[in-house]
Write a protein that binds this ligand. Structure first.
Ligand SMILES: [Fe+2]
Length: 377
């Protein structure tokens, strides 16, 4: 998949990444060709860039499947939205509906075994918290699955992911979506959301199974193993194991999404940032997590020791060493005969950097060359 600024989109390009609007309805569905009307609309609402499966509508490229079904994701976003809304309006929490959604996420994560986590969606600002909660639930489930949690524990973990940011209902959206730097006071307000969430969850103790664990996840999801987190600055030995899992999923999803105050980082950049801050996370869980995430998703353009290439395969357990089709030499001359290298066997350290943004456009436009043709079915 190639991330293309909206202003460079052309009719016929195929959407590689769904966009969710209000309450989880898909605004753009992946796999569908773009129309001029959609492009105009995206400019209007200010979406900066989207992923397309190919810039050349002639190539039919396989789009990687998500770890959960589109329908599950959409229903889950809707449900989290409703629960937040109900609680803001002092209504009861639909715990039954939420439990059902958690079950469906767990079922999907198990039945779609071979799928790696790929960047799958972008969210409009007004639904960020709901889509983020669903992503955190799904990503946590991946960690839990490979930590061999029981079915029941997995469901609790997923519920914890869905509700981890519940305390944000008390934080004004102007603060949550603020573009500039937060004032000390605003930051204090944000820092209140973990305990607020835990408190709200405890109020439903009588109808929420394992409410004490769910409350611990909400209370501790911003704590760090080395004690540098908030609100209490507790260390790893005092954190619930599920909170450690949710913390990893939470940071990864925040780094890879677009926010009013920051651009979305690519998975490999997010991986690099999380490794720099590895003291925040439990090492073993983080390794498990990145075994499941396509660090270099299919379609990523890389500068390597061999020249420039496009990732054609990224496999479970080998996410750091993808298969790459080399199409240009190190001076950017397009090769007459491209060739494939499998970094698992060739040189695992051959990747120098990822090409994205304007540099990527230089490849696809200035060279009038579309590397995604190597991904064509
Ligand atoms: Fe949070």
């Amino acid at each position: 998949m190639l991330s293309i600024p909206v202003k460079s989109l052309r009719e016929g390009m195929v959407v590689g990444q769904s966009i969710y609007s209000e309450a989880g309805a898909a605004y753009l569905v992946k796999g569908k060709p773009l129309t001029n009307q959609y492009i105009k609309q995206m400019k209007k609402i200010g979406i900066p860039s989207i992923s397309v499966s190919t810039v050349n509508p002639r190539f039919e490229v396989e789009i990687p499947e998500d770890v959960v079904q589109e329908k599950t994701r959409m229903d889950a976003i809707q449900k989290v939205h409703d629960v937040f809304e109900d609680l803001s309006g002092k209504k009861e929490m639909d715990t039954e509906g939420l439990t059902k959604i958690a079950d469906r996420i767990v079922t999907d994560v198990f039945s779609r075994n071979s799928h790696l986590v790929q960047l799958t969606d972008i969210r409009l600002h007004d639904i960020y918290t709901f889509a983020h909660s669903v992503n955190v639930a799904v990503l946590s489930a991946m960690i839990g699955k490979f930590s061999e949690l029981s079915d029941e524990d997995l469901k609790t973990l997923v519920m914890g992911g869905l509700l981890h940011d519940l305390g944000k209902i008390k934080v004004p959206s102007e603060i949550l979506n603020k573009k500039g730097r937060l004032t000390a006071l605003e930051y204090e307000e944000i820092k209140g959301h973990p305990m607020e969430g835990a408190h709200r969850i405890s109020e439903f103790e009588w109808m929420l199974p394992k409410a004490s664990i769910l409350a611990a996840i909400a209370a501790q999801h911003h704590e760090c193993i080395d004690g540098t987190g908030y609100p209490r600055g507790i260390k790893g030995d005092k954190m619930h194991r599920f909170a450690k899992m949710v913390a990893i999923a939470d940071v990864y999803d925040a780094l890879t999404s677009e926010r009013p105050y920051k651009k979305a980082y690519t998975p490999s950049v997010a991986y690099g940032i999380m490794r720099i801050h590895k003291g925040h996370f439990e090492a073993e869980l983080m390794e498990k997590f990145f075994d499941n995430v396509a660090i270099y998703p299919v379609g990523t353009i890389l500068k390597t020791f061999y020249g420039y290439g496009i990732v054609t395969k990224c496999e479970f357990g080998h996410t750091r060493t993808p298969t790459i089709r080399i199409f240009a030499d190190r001076r950017r001359n397009v090769l007459e005969h491209s060739f494939t290298i499998d970094l698992r066997h060739d040189s695992p350290n051959a990747i120098e950097k990822e090409i994205s943004g304007s540099e990527l456009l230089a490849f696809t436009h200035n060279f009038s060359f579309d590397p995604s043709k190597y991904l064509a079915k």
